[in-house]
Design a binder for this molecule. Structure first.
Ligand SMILES: C[S@@+](CC[C@H](N)C(=O)[O-])C[C@H]1O[C@@H](n2cnc3c(N)ncnc32)[C@H](O)[C@@H]1O
Length: 222
């Protein structure tokens, strides 16, 4: 074993310990994974450490309303909605009808039907319907090619103190990670815009180096 393999193994052990201690998956989360696998959905969900980090952010601002773009099987939605008070609300936008079906079932079986809503359609078609109701927390995790437009909507649909998080947002240089051509450039542009926006305090942060990805976190200035 060379030194780099040893370091990698050590990092994995530390990650495992952190995940086990701080981010154990609830029955609802494990069920969302099982439903996704049974339905043949791709594994594109966030990691448990990412999920717990989202919960920490939601708790930090005592968020009561959350908007998510891109549900898949409701895995990240369950982390987010579980951090809400019972009177809170998460709306998630999802374009794939099968993913919508799995997510609705996963939310219901996680006991979160009362505070969650899954809207079916392309996010850019659905977002105008949400105008006028600012969200405390917005999680962007749909198609990467539209991230800059999603940022414009997130700015419209937030208020001072809101937090906007975008997944897969660590600029990767030239390495292509996403199917739609132009996605890497869009992510670079997303980073440039949030970093330069005087109304936001932002940072791109690798949360869990089991993925080459991370979150871009922006707080809307008070
Ligand atoms: C990376 S997955 C979401 C993973 C999920 N947030 C999680 O961590 O559990 C991206 C999802 O966005 C959906 N999606 C892709 N393009 C979309 C669009 N234009 N509008 C809404 N949803 C879209 C895909 O169908 C897929 O379910």
């Amino acid at each position: 074993m060379d030194a780099s393999q040893g370091n990698e193994e050590q990092r994995m052990q530390i990650r495992g310990k952190i995940a086990e201690l701080y981010a154990p998956e609830s029955a609802g989360l494990l069920n969302s994974i099982k439903l996704a696998e049974e339905a043949g959905l791709p594994n594109m969900r966030i990691s448990p450490i990412h999920g717990k980090f989202l919960q920490v952010l939601v708790a930090t601002i005592n968020a009561r309303t959350i908007l998510e773009l891109g549900a898949l099987s409701g895995y990240s939605g369950i982390w987010l909605a579980s951090a809400l008070p019972s009177s809170g609300r998460l709306i998630t936008l999802e374009s794939n009808p099968l993913h919508v079906q799995v997510t609705r079932r996963a939310f219901s079986e996680a006991g979160l039907a009362d505070r969650t809503e899954v809207r079916e359609g392309k996010a850019l078609d659905l977002l105008p319907q949400l105008e006028g109701q600012p969200f405390d927390f917005i999680f962007i995790d749909a198609d990467k090619i539209n991230y800059v437009e999603y940022l414009n909507w997130a700015l419209k649909l937030s208020r001072p103190g809101s937090i906007i998080v975008a997944d897969n947002c660590i600029p990767s240089g030239t390495m292509p990670r996403f199917p739609e051509p132009g996605s890497e450039e869009t992510i670079e542009e997303y980073n440039r815009q949030v970093a330069a926006n005087p109304n936001l305090v932002s940072l791109a942060l690798p949360i869990d180096d089991s993925q080459l990805d991370g979150f871009c976190i922006s707080v809307v200035r008070q």
